[in-house]
Design a protein around this ligand. Structure first.
Ligand code: P6P
Length: 327
């Protein structure tokens, strides 16, 4: 972390990655290259997102994804772009995407890494110009190199992630990620076509006064979660919920706050997916000093059993998560 702190705000992502890698002389550079490939995919999706409304990429595609959710045109485009960027980058042997039932083999069986991703979360917000995001989680494969990846490579558990992060397509486009030593944020400079270090060593505020939850589901929450929400009101906390996970998470990460998506009658196991939403954001939360729980266990300690399983999540400032799960 000392290495990264030495770099001033304003350096490019590329420079930052090279500098970080120099701290690990034995690193062979594949993870560095993979992070560059993810940044490239983010630039490409950013361009598509910014054109939404001008070209026919908004609205429903008339198809459903593996979750049975109506796919938006931009969901499909983002999925294709991300898969292509990771395939061309050569470091990833397989991908798990929210948009596809099964593993996507890239043909790079020599790749040391696998990526689980939600290529465009909150995409129903595209048509109304609310921020949306890409969420990604990176594992080193455990199956033999030069053999096809298997389910085992993806079900290693949250604490086996080697890196994770998100790209937020908001008033500005930001890449926020961690490789385990701290969390750093990079803002996309369109004029340069570069991600620039803008938020060095992000630290999650220990406490906060913002709570993000869909109160429309209040009646189906447990009594303890209902009590927690009532306490937030009693303390005149600020309710901030934009219906787009990455936007809500990022605001709470910077300002302090909690995002909760508890089990509901409609989603008795929670709505958010463990492998490519809960795990990566829990990784970022913990690496910035925050906390992520399913109400009973740390998110990162949940043993995964299938690709698209869901989990309740309480994530953000440690003191707020502590209070929410003990309420
Ligand atoms: P609800 C978007 O569909 C999403 O996965 C997250 O981005 C968002 O936080 C949540 O679901 C919104 O769900 O049920 O409150 O509309």
């Amino acid at each position: 972390i000392e290495q990264e702190l030495a770099l001033p705000v304003g350096v490019t992502l590329d420079r930052f990655i090279m500098h970080s890698q120099s701290a690990f002389p034995y690193a062979t550079g594949e993870l560095s290259q993979l992070l560059r490939d993810i940044a490239l995919a983010g630039k490409i999706i950013n361009r598509e997102v910014n054109k939404a409304g001008l070209i026919d990429v908004t609205g429903a595609n008339g198809t459903e994804n593996v979750q049975g959710e109506n796919q938006q045109k931009l969901d499909i485009i983002a999925n294709i772009r991300f898969i292509r960027a990771l395939k061309n980058g050569g470091e990833v042997c397989a991908i798990l995407s929210e948009e596809d039932e099964d593993i996507i083999h890239t043909g790079n069986d020599h790749g040391k890494y696998v990526v689980a991703m939600d290529p465009l979360d909150g995409s129903s917000n595209i048509d109304v110009n609310v921020s949306i995001g890409t969420i990604f989680s990176i594992y080193r494969r455990i199956t033999p190199i030069d053999s096809p990846a298997t389910i085992d490579d993806f079900l290693q558990g949250g604490r086996k992630q080697v890196a994770a992060g998100y790209i937020l397509y908001g008033s500005s486009t930001m890449l926020v990620y961690s490789t385990g030593d701290g969390v750093n944020g990079f803002t996309y400079d369109h004029s340069l076509g570069e991600f620039i270090l803008s938020h060095k060593n992000i630290v999650s505020p220990e406490n906060g006064v913002i709570y993000s939850v869909n109160e429309g589901n209040y009646n189906s929450y447990t009594t303890s979660t209902q009590n927690y929400i009532t306490n937030c009101k009693r303390k005149s906390y600020s309710a901030r919920y934009i219906g787009s996970l990455v936007g809500d998470f990022h605001r709470n990460l910077l300002k302090g706050g909690i995002y909760l998506y508890p089990a509901t009658a409609k989603d008795p196991k929670g709505k958010l997916r463990l492998l490519y939403e809960c795990y990566p954001l829990a990784f970022i939360a913990e690496k910035s000093g925050g906390r992520a729980s399913d109400g009973f266990r740390e998110i990162l300690d949940i043993v995964p059993s299938n690709f698209h399983q869901r989990s309740p999540i309480y994530v953000g400032s440690t003191a707020m998560v502590d209070e929410a799960i003990k309420a």
